[in-house]
Design a protein around this ligand. Structure first.
Ligand SMILES: [Mg+2]
Length: 193
């Protein structure tokens, strides 16, 4: 799933989800455990209950527009992190901007994925039942299928009809997707039957 070039990239940045994860008992692990306790179960009438611990985001067309981060989006991610979400950004890094995520927030973990199957496998590896995915393209469809909750965002670069059909929720802009996650009442109002 991860190519050598990606590993080299992550070595250069001295930051990776697999190299930080094994630090059991370290400060990072303790912080994660503390945040995990704060994650609440949300009961959605007619839809089921959901306990979201992981937020997995596509990069291009979802967090960025023409290769630049959409203004304000990192502030939303910081708020979600404070609410207990572990945040991962998945991308083939087509535009070579993944590096920017390290500079924006050291606790947001970036993972290079090349295919839809890579994204799906990553979501399964962290626990699909407690994961919400946000994306816009065909490469996001497979992770949408396995994740507990999937949000398709349309915005400037558009979304594919397949991505829309496999999302539980479709929004016009990434900020709306993140606002829904910040406010469980919005999530319940949209998903309930
Ligand atoms: Mg995309």
């Amino acid at each position: 799933m991860i190519k050598t070039s990606a590993m080299e990239h992550r070595k250069l940045t001295n930051y990776s989800w697999w190299s930080t994860r094994p630090v059991i008992g370290g400060i990072r692990q303790q912080e994660k455990e503390r945040l995990r306790i704060r994650v609440k179960t949300i009961d959605v009438p007619g839809w089921g209950s959901v306990k979201l611990e992981n937020l997995v985001l596509d990069l291009n067309g979802t967090l960025t527009e023409s290769g630049d981060f959409i203004p304000g989006v990192v502030d939303y991610l910081e708020k979600l992190k404070a609410q207990g979400f572990r945040i991962y950004i998945l991308s083939a890094d087509t535009r070579g901007v993944l590096q920017q995520t390290f500079e924006l927030s050291p606790d947001i973990e970036a993972v290079v994925t090349e295919t839809a199957e890579d994204k799906k496998r990553f979501v399964e590896s962290i626990g699909a039942e407690t994961t919400v995915c946000v994306g816009n393209g065909n490469i996001d469809v497979e992770m949408f299928k396995v994740a507990k909750l999937s949000i398709c965002t349309v915005q400037a670069e558009g979304a594919t009809t397949k991505a829309m059909l496999h999302g539980d929720i479709v929004v016009a802009h990434i900020k709306h997707a993140l606002e829904i996650l910040l406010d469980p009442d919005k999530l319940i109002a949209t998903l309930r039957y």
